[in-house]
Design a protein around this ligand. Structure first.
Ligand SMILES: N[C@@H](CCC(=O)N[C@@H](CS)C(=O)NCC(=O)O)C(=O)O
Length: 229
């Protein structure tokens, strides 16, 4: 069975899947770069596989699945030696699912709102809908407010060492790739957000973070620095 992951290292949801692959020690994966800045995701060949034109996209033989959270759940079900990353126990799982939806609904949109305006000149929202940006260099006030609100929520959510309780889980993986990227745009002030700052610090010490999140995060840092200077 050959797994193919369509990816770009700087992308936070792609890095979540990298962290899951690393945690599960899956070795047999082919990686295919999709250059979003050059519009490769809008080509017919890619749209046939993912009409939503997003990465990460996983191909497992003839099975196609996109969205980092769905891909991660799939990989854990198929390759996980146990359920420790994504427990089956209903309450533990519900709490993790809530954090995954928090990532999809609050954290990632907060960073996407900034990234599309700064990184892209053109954004395709649907078949006939295009938005043109001028490659702005500063974070708009309304987007800054969304990032601060995302930090506020996360600070309140964090009541243990990890984001969904006492154990490290898939929730930490998906939230840390988004939050470490937001931290590149708007550095987290530890005096305002002490729990958030120490959770990020704790997560960043993990070998899977260093191996699977850090390299792409450094690429993101460079792109963001170049685009905003
Ligand atoms: N919720 C999705 C978000 C995926 C997403 O929006 N990825 C961005 C890159 S970070 C993308 O592919 N953008 C291109 C587009 O939306 O056209 C996930 O977790 O996979």
């Amino acid at each position: 069975m050959v797994l193919t992951l369509y990816k770009l290292d700087a992308s936070p949801p792609v890095r979540s899947v990298y962290m899951v692959i690393e945690a599960l020690k899956i070795r047999d994966v082919e990686y295919v770069d999709v250059n979003l800045l050059e519009g490769s995701h809008l080509k017919e060949e890619f749209l046939k596989m993912n009409p939503q034109h997003t990465i990460p996209l996983l191909k497992d033989d003839d099975f196609l699945i996109w969205d980092s959270h769905a891909i991660s759940g799939y990989l854990i079900s198929v390759y996980g030696a146990d359920d420790s990353l994504y427990p089956n126990e209903p309450k533990k799982r519900a709490l993790i699912d809530q954090r995954l939806h928090f990532d999809s609904g609050i954290l990632f949109p907060a960073l996407r709102g900034v990234a599309v305006i700064i990184f892209f000149n053109l954004l395709c929202l649907g078949q006939d809908e295009l938005i043109i940006f001028r490659g702005e260099k500063e974070i708009r006030p309304e987007n800054l407010a969304k990032i601060k609100s995302a930090y506020d929520f996360t600070e309140k959510i964090l009541s243990s060492d990890w984001i969904a309780g006492d154990e490290f889980s898939l929730a930490d993986i998906c939230c840390v790739t988004s939050i470490s990227t937001l931290n590149e745009m708007v550095p987290i002030d530890g005096s305002l957000y002490p729990k958030l700052a120490s959770w990020l610090d704790r997560s960043s010490q993990l070998p899977i973070y260093k191996k699977a999140n850090e390299p792409g995060l450094l690429q993101f840092r460079e792109i963001f620095k170049n685009k905003t200077s």
